[in-house]
Design a protein around this ligand. Sequence first.
Ligand SMILES: Cc1cc2nc3c(=O)[nH]c(=O)nc-3n(C[C@H](O)[C@H](O)[C@H](O)COP(=O)(O)OP(=O)(O)OC[C@H]3O[C@@H](n4cnc5c(N)ncnc54)[C@H](O)[C@@H]3O)c2cc1C
Ligand code: SF4
Ligand code: SF4
Length: 473
Amino acid sequence: MTREIDNVVDNGLCIGCGSCSLGIYQNIGLDRFGRYKATSGLSQEDDQSKQDRICPFSNNSLNEDDLVSLQGREDELRYDPKIGYFLSLWTGHVKSPPYRAQGSSGGITSWLLNTLLSYDLVDAVVHVRPVSQGASRDLLFSYQVSRSSTEISLGAKSHYFPVEMSEVLAHIRHTPGRYAVVALPCFAKSLRSLMEVEPVFKERIAFLIGLFCGHLKSTRFAELLAYQAGFTRKAMTSIDFRTKIQGRDAGDYGYTVSDGIRTITKPMAEVIGRDWGMGIFKYKACDFCDDISAEVADVSIGDAWLPEYTSDSNGTNIFIARNQVIHELIVGGLARGELALDSASVEMAHNSQAANIRHRIEDLPYRLYVEVWRRGWKPKKRTQPSRQISTSRKAIQDTRRLLREKIPVLWVQHEHEDNKYQFFKRLTPLINRYQSLYQPKLPFGHRLKVRLRIRDRVKRARSMVKAAIQRIR
Ligand SMILES: Cc1cc2nc3c(=O)[nH]c(=O)nc-3n(C[C@H](O)[C@H](O)[C@H](O)COP(=O)(O)OP(=O)(O)OC[C@H]3O[C@@H](n4cnc5c(N)ncnc54)[C@H](O)[C@@H]3O)c2cc1C
Ligand code: SF4
Ligand code: SF4
């Protein structure tokens, strides 16, 4: 009998979260495209239904709304179809150093983790930190357990890099205590399901701290950025994907690569990979996920990509409290002057993630429709397959799918070449094709004029070549 989790893996929709590592899929490893994937291990009959319920893309798992309902908290919360249930919405940053300077955005996440620890609401924090040098050649980041403020600060920043949770889940299972876990929406969903299926996790995971999410990158994204800064993958020892550049817009950030001797910072605006919409090296699963704000988390934190905040290069968060204790910690931080906050509206939350909502939520029915047409299987989502989107959005979706499928293959074909000239040469037409979809269409008369002008130039060039040939003869 085919399990739903097998459909997830076989159809390329595994995000590699590692939640199923506790059962049938025992191996989580990087595939040749630099993405974490579950690979089938020993089959344990009694675990089958459990794993089907835990996997965030399994058709036997509950959706985000149902998982919140299961906690029985809907009555205390308000609901919006794009950001889920919420208690309060905020924008702002941490005033007390060093959180904002060290963070990706306003530093709220690290502040909150520290506050939970210092108020003795948790014993440890489970989040993503750089892997210490030399620990692994392929892995630059991993999920780790932090028990002090110094360790928490080591995790600051957004790590656009594959991670999986098998080791930290085993740690939580074997080590009693109260944990706060930082997770992307799909990871948070699998954790919430795991907490329902295995009581030990419900007892020990005291808070789920969600991050907003656009999509996750494979390890190749870090390699692509490193190459454009003049480093080979093997030489790169660290990468910071979110380096703030003073005097520039918050969205106009840079990245920093080091090989232990040289450290180079480059503005993202100068390199290929900067366009988040193009989705270079994103997981396929991300195109089948409509949770932009970790709807099942106790608090969800993102970037306030809003005109009133982006001019401040230091970064500003937008965040959603979905839990009373977290709400009170935030209000307390505001009262003590540790935080500079404004209350936000649902509309601000939507506007701050406008492109994300367009792609992930509004165009999802079309991607589901195409998936059924191409593969005959699709994950169950809170929306139905449909081709009822505009022709221009269809073209954007079709081209984004093409880029998602082709670019990783191109990279693998050229991965051993020190000079990536051929990779970029073959990448350029794909990028041009994508960018042409965003070029404004000129009126017909203007396009005709341009065509006639080009035809004249070609004619003139041809006759000049002919004349030159005759002169030589
Ligand atoms: C892959 C990815 C995609 C994102 N997409 C969006 C988006 O589309 N829109 C948006 O508004 N925000 C997005 N974010 C969130 C945003 O980049 C910031 O992380 C968020 O605003 C918190 O900033 P901060 O200054 O409060 O966090 P910091 O104080 O810098 O702390 C960040 C915390 O997040 C943890 N962390 C970092 N990377 C990961 C990871 N991969 N998995 C789990 N935990 C991690 C760190 O360990 C640290 O504890 C994304 C983040 C990631 C990792
Ligand atoms: S639970 Fe996570 S790692 Fe396992 S198959 Fe599902 S997405 Fe992949
Ligand atoms: S887009 Fe969805 S599937 Fe992809 S990493 Fe983010 S939450 Fe997970």
